[in-house]
Design a protein around this ligand. Structure first.
Ligand code: IPE
Ligand code: IPE
Ligand code: MG
Length: 249
């Protein structure tokens, strides 16, 4: 990977990716949509490798949204089974690379019990890994996550365990309270929208959109996105003149 022009001291700590365009990639080749999902596996693992090389601490990928249940039953079934088989086949590899795997999303009845068990086992097996945390957003929706967190706040207030509902209280009740704020959010396939992804955590993320379809995405594309990120001024609401001092703080 060509990383010589990347400032390794300013690599985004948390990169989130909306892996989009599998269906269009397949269609362009006269293949069924599911072949596009299969082709996305290689892109994911090359991206993980690239993230490790760069020293990214947290990588969060969107695998299945709360809206994706609207797809044809056959595609939904494929996606559920594909994600399960991917975990079975490649978890050891992630484990060996020092990657801690976690899942964020609603574990409701629509998600097969067997897949939930695989998720739990994967989290347990890799729990002590420290090089990078790979979060897989599955049956994930930003609105659902905020509703779930708000409900938990309400329950805790009713139980007398929480006095003030503030940002800290809500953040502590998200699916994975340890997940840091997103620094860089990448979406492939030319679409420029969030599609209900990490609405809370990406509040101040730098957004990078690329026309590359997800199955064609590699660590080189990741490095390109990081380069674009490093060219941005992150002001967090401060005045332009203040940015230099903000950065050195
Ligand atoms: C992303 O690719 C994968 C999932 C949403 C599961 P798509 O399946 O959305 O591909 P396009 O957008 O139809 O090309
Ligand atoms: C977002 O992609 C969800 C995932 C990548 C898993 P979609 O393809 O489902 O998003 P929309 O429908 O185009 O907004
Ligand atoms: Mg899509």
């Amino acid at each position: 990977m060509h990383t010589s022009d990347i400032d390794l001291d300013r690599v985004p700590g948390h990169v989130a990716i909306i892996m989009d365009g599998n269906g269009r990639w397949a269609n362009a080749r006269g293949l069924p949509r599911n072949a596009g999902h299969e082709a996305g596996e290689q892109a994911l693992f090359d991206t993980v490798e690239g993230a490790l090389e760069l020293g990214v601490r947290d990588l969060t990928v969107y695998a299945f949204s709360t809206e994706n249940w609207k797809r044809p039953a056959e595609e939904v079934r494929f996606l559920l089974e594909f994600n399960e088989s991917l975990l079975l086949r490649r978890l050891d590899e992630l484990d060996e690379r020092g990657v801690r795997v976690r899942f964020v999303g609603r574990r409701d009845r629509r998600v097969p019990r067997r897949l939930i068990r695989r998720m739990d086992e994967s989290e347990a097996q890799t729990a002590d890994n420290e090089r990078m945390t790979l979060r897989i957003a599955f049956n994930y929706g930003g609105r659902a996550e905020l509703v779930d967190a708000a409900r938990r706040c309400a329950d805790d207030v009713a139980a007398g365990e929480l006095k003030r509902v503030d940002e800290r209280a809500l953040a502590a009740r998200l699916y994975d309270p340890e997940m840091p704020a997103v620094d860089l959010l990448v979406r492939t396939s030319g679409e420029q929208r969030l599609s209900n992804y990490l609405l809370w955590q990406a509040a101040y993320a730098e957004l990078v959109f690329t026309d590359t379809l997800w199955p064609d995405f590699t660590r080189v594309d990741l490095a390109r996105a990081v380069r674009e990120y490093q060219a941005r001024d992150r002001r967090f609401g401060r005045a332009v003149d203040d940015v230099g001092s903000a950065r050195s703080r």
